[in-house]
Design a protein around this ligand. Sequence first.
Ligand code: UTP
Ligand code: MN
Length: 481
Amino acid sequence: MVPPKRRKVSSGSSRPDKASKFPQVVSYLLERKMGSSRRTFLTQLGRKKGFRVDDTFSESVTHVVSEKNTGDDVRRWLTSQGHDRTPAHLVDVGWLTDSLGAGHPVDILERHKLREQPTSGGCEVATLSIPVYACQRRTALNNNNAILTDALSLLAENAELCDDDKRGLAFRRGAAVLRSLPEAVTNMRQLRGCPCLGEHSLKVIQDILETGASCEVESTKQSERYQAMKVLTGIFGVGVKTADQWFRDGIQNLHQLRQSGRTLNRAQRAGLAHYDDLGLPVTKSEADTIANIVEEAVLAELPGSRVTLVGGFRRGKLSGHDVDFLITHPQEGREEGVIPKVVSRLEVQDFLLYHKTSRNSYMESKDGPAPPASSMDHFERCFTIFGLATGDAEGRARRRAVRVDLVVSPFSQFAFALLGWTGSKLFERELRRWATREKNMTLSSHALYDNNQGRYLKAAREEEIFAHLSLDYIAPSDRNA
Ligand code: UTP
Ligand code: MN
């Protein structure tokens, strides 16, 4: 099942001993506060100079190198990773730079040792222990810092609308940290030592705490481009690239789009036709109504199937932008081809305003273990727009359009699909980032591949996936990062 080429890959990017001139010294660089680009830079520089620098922490590490952390910070981090008894030296980045300068590992001098006492302040000490990855934290639905997270999320959205996903992600990670705090931030001091908040995010927060608003956020909100892009990408079937082209052609709203005579594809035509409805939040009770309809149709077409409400509603959200369902059958293979049957049935029952099915294209031998090129996975899947019977303000019967995603997973991949489709999106991204960078594994909604062992790790339940990744289990309701 595993392509032979993959099997040969040794312990991933952790260099084997022979590449090192100093095999008795194994460094591990802590990303916390150092930042990922500096960490990558120092790692590569160290290796170039013949030092062994591992990407993941293990028992072979002799020197844990960190920057701007106290000894307590590092020990807390090690404890959170289950390595509280490591005999490794905890040293400041100065030890590494001195060693690189000397061309060999130098003795640990007094100035290389970490400060032991964190600076005082109750909340600060608390923020120091916040783990860096969102998948290491519990994030419930209630948000004590909504004003701040809304501001950072808007800047994230704007960055994404400018096709700057990296910047977008930085703001999203900042927002996620604030969202996980147990109390409202009222003073910048509370954020000292808090991970994932860069200079830019801190400036935005400071402006809001001091003046009640951030100029940058307010001017973004008012900007022509942001407003137009939000309207245009709000059309089902329209992505950033298309919207950007339209905007550059002078189209800023739906009226101008209609007037422009642009050729729209079928999804976009449906999106435009149902624009207002699809912009309304879907309530939990609408989701439950749709769940009954979908379950009835799936069970009629494939008895014994399991239909699970996933996405935001599984995390306990009371509203969402769509409703997501994951379908599987305990007898592997039985699930194949169920989507067209279910869709035909729903069509006959006149529930569908739009549907488009994509075929399952995932093959472990072909696609694994590398993550898919796009964030799109390869399940048999159907994007639909349901028309729910309802009444308008005057009590006239009408159909309310709601986006519904149906995804089918083979039973053996179900736990991975469930984890991948429960979200939140940031939680998923962080899980994958953690897997890759801290565990040298590749996680997708289909499978988990261990690059160290050169094999897939099976799981029948989400709990097992967290365990494979050495993470505490986080329940869906705490994945609202
Ligand atoms: P959604 O975009 O539906 O997000 O994706 P959500 O959390 O349910 O939010 P609302 O309430 O609808 O606004 C649900 C999950 O499915 C995954 C996403 O990563 C997210 O975790 N997903 C979505 C995929 O894995 N692939 C996709 O193509 C789309
Ligand atoms: Mn959803």
